[in-house]
Write a protein that binds this ligand. Structure first.
Ligand code: GLU
Length: 325
């Protein structure tokens, strides 16, 4: 039987990390080829090609790097790959997933995975996650679902997934909505149909700057007041509760929203911003009146990715369309 083509790229992260010498910290050194050698079973599922596109901790990935990975992934699909898998660090996986998802207009699945335990650590989860990710990428039921994150036996939708634990094996969850599916004895099982997707064209420029500031109790307005002077083109606020800020922040946000797009998300880690509940100064109703956009279910970090992509395509006027959930 002719096995399907599957393309894998390694970008680094814990899944690719090991210590050079005993007692030293782990760093990304393990190539995609070596990762693949840890999952011999894959050869029975697909004709696999693998490339090491980078060996970075995921904190040092950039939007520019991601754009070049995206063009590599699209090329793999053009060359006949049934699906594409990317291994990377988990620290920024929730951001890279949604970045790719906004730009991934193929029917073929793009699946991201990583590991919480480094390559040589006892009970390393990298090989199991990679095998699961490949199964998800090859499954017919994954088509037209955009980008999925596969970790610890769960499949998470790119717009929902968040890293919610710093070190635990079960580090990822999709607050409110739950995982989109699971792997049961190696079989891919989705628990809901594909969600409606809204893809964006590739950004024409990449120099736009979007600031992300978190509201905190008794915070001054110094950074906020200097956002324009510092050259930022957009601003995301991780607001209190359902998307709230102090009265002093609200005043500055009103001035900023006249000049640049401002999105207010919730810093709580779960749930949506409100739209029409609270009326105090700094509440969501007040901030909308002052020209800000509420992020809905999009977390602050994902909202920043969205705004960066929209600004890069000069489509910031379409923001509201991408924030409705
Ligand atoms: N825990 C992270 C990882 O899974 C650390 C480093 C990184 O994100 O690259 O890879």
């Amino acid at each position: 039987m002719d096995l399907p083509k599957l393309a894998i790229a390694a970008l680094g992260g814990t899944v690719s990390m090991q210590a050079r010498n005993a007692g030293e910290g782990v760093i990304p050194t393990v190539s995609g080829e070596t990762l693949l050698a840890c999952v011999p079973e894959l050869a029975t599922l697909a004709r696999v090609s693998v490339e090491t596109l980078g060996l970075l901790p995921s904190a040092s990935l950039s939007f520019e790097v991601l754009l070049s990975v995206l063009s590599w992934a699209k090329y793999q699909v053009e060359q006949g790959a049934r699906g594409v898998v990317i291994t990377q660090g988990t620290d920024t996986l929730e951001e890279t997933a949604v970045f790719f998802d906004y730009l991934w207009d193929c029917d073929e699945p793009l699946v991201l995975t990583g590991a919480m335990r480094s390559a040589k650590q006892a009970g390393a989860d990298g090989p199991a996650n990679l095998l699961d990710a490949c199964r998800v990428a090859l499954a017919d039921s994954s088509r037209q679902r955009g980008v999925q994150v596969v970790m610890n036996g769960q499949i998470h939708q790119a717009d929902c997934v968040r890293k919610t634990d710093s070190l635990a094996l079960q580090a990822f969850s999709s607050p409110v909505f739950g995982p989109a599916g699971l792997l049961v004895e190696g079989v891919v099982r989705y628990s809901r149909p594909p969600a409606e997707r809204r893809c964006l064209p590739l950004p024409q420029h990449t120099t736009q700057k979007v600031a992300l500031l978190e509201a905190s109790l008794s915070a001054d307005t110094l950074l906020l007041e200097n956002i324009l002077k510092l050259g930022y083109d957009g601003l995301v606020i991780a607001g209190f509760g359902a998307g709230h800020v102090s009265a002093s922040w609200a005043e500055v946000i009103e001035q900023l929203a006249e000049k640049i797009p401002v999105i207010v998300a919730t810093r709580t880690g779960s749930g949506s911003t409100a739209q029409a509940t609270y009326g105090f100064i700094g509440s969501e109703m007040d901030l909308v009146r002052k020209g800000a956009h509420m992020a809905g279910f999009l977390c602050p970090r994902k909202a920043r990715v969205l705004l960066w992509l929209l600004l890069g395509g000069e489509r910031q006027h379409e923001l509201a369309r991408y924030l409705t959930t």
